[in-house]
Design a protein around this ligand. Structure first.
Ligand SMILES: [Zn+2]
Length: 315
């Protein structure tokens, strides 16, 4: 079996970042790459550059009207796509479409056997809705991946595991009543942090009841609290024997993140990545895609994402 890990980075991907001191700035990819290079990790992967997703690919998840709205907002020079979190800037559409392009390319790299695992640090835009931007997220690359796996490759039962400090509401609500989207999300309690959702009682609706696991943690929760929660994630995922794994490994749960209040070390990211790689080996012929997600302290995101990449290479 090919053990190759594909890593997506390019100038075009790096441009997915907002101007004027916004926490999700354009310098995040470079901060990660510098550390990956210092550790020699970049020499153990297949470097991949992303193309832009086509409109038809983006519309596998998003509504036609919303994609029109993004283009019009950029042409008009609007200030924000949403209530004030997600600014518009020149080149926004192309940058957001490139994040989706990397994700769609990753699916085909894995499904055609070119790579076993992929990582796109600039990706995992889990707050975007089918018809709206939210929380720094324009297009939901993960939603497009889920739709692409089903449409093009007949892969139905997909696990989505999210350890970003924020609840993955854009993915959760899009698939809340979908019994084949196995969802597990450990995040800081929505009562104190954006987006305010992901309560423990939210377990899926209708036929999907029980397929979703939300674990909110108290502010200040550390590696021990994470490890306890993680055993529940593993049991949950195992119960559904997913055919493909998606991992959103946001780095904003690390201690010192300027937007949140958890106290993880990068060990959390290593543990989760290692564990999911093993589960993917067991149930999904090894197939896993990882997405960088949030993380607003540059040192922290470099540490967390390199911990993930090391496990993708070695686990
Ligand atoms: Zn986040």
């Amino acid at each position: 079996m090919i053990r190759q890990v594909g890593l997506y980075y390019s100038e075009a991907l790096g441009r997915y970042g907002f101007p004027a001191g916004h926490p999700l700035g354009e310098d995040r990819q470079a901060a990660f790459l510098m550390e990956a290079n210092a550790r020699g990790l970049d020499r153990q992967v297949l470097p991949l550059t992303a193309r832009q997703a086509t409109r038809a690919e983006i519309e596998r998840f998003h509504t036609h009207r919303y994609v029109d709205r993004v283009q019009a907002a950029e042409a008009r020079g609007s200030a924000f796509l949403d209530g004030g979190d997600t600014p518009v800037f020149p080149g926004l559409y192309d940058a957001a479409a490139t994040v989706v392009g990397a994700a769609v390319d990753g699916v085909s790299q894995i499904m055609t056997g070119q790579c076993l695992r992929t990582f796109q640090p600039i990706g995992g835009l889990h707050h975007a809705r089918r018809d709206d931007a939210a929380g720094f997220c324009v297009f939901n690359d993960i939603g497009v991946v889920i739709e692409t796996l089903r449409l093009e490759f007949q892969v139905q039962r997909i696990a989505y595991v999210d350890i970003d400090v924020h609840h993955g509401d854009g993915v959760f609500y899009a698939y809340e009543d979908d019994p084949e989207l196995v969802f597990a999300d450990i995040h800081e309690d929505g009562r104190v942090l954006y987006p305010g959702t992901g309560h423990a009682a939210e377990s899926g609706r209708g036929k999907a009841r029980g397929t979703k696991l939300n674990i909110p943690l108290e502010p200040g929760a550390d590696d021990r609290a994470f490890a306890q929660a993680w055993t529940r994630v593993v049991a949950h995922v195992r119960a559904f024997r997913p055919q493909f794994f998606l991992f959103q490994c946001g780095a904003d749960g690390l201690e010192g993140d300027p937007l949140a209040h958890l106290r993880y070390s990068p060990q959390v990211h290593a543990q989760a990545a290692r564990s999911l790689c093993h589960l993917a080996q067991e149930y999904a012929a090894g197939r896993i895609m990882a997405f960088g997600g949030g993380g607003y302290d540059r040192h922290n995101l470099a540490m967390a994402w390199c911990a993930v990449l090391r496990e993708l290479i070695e686990a």
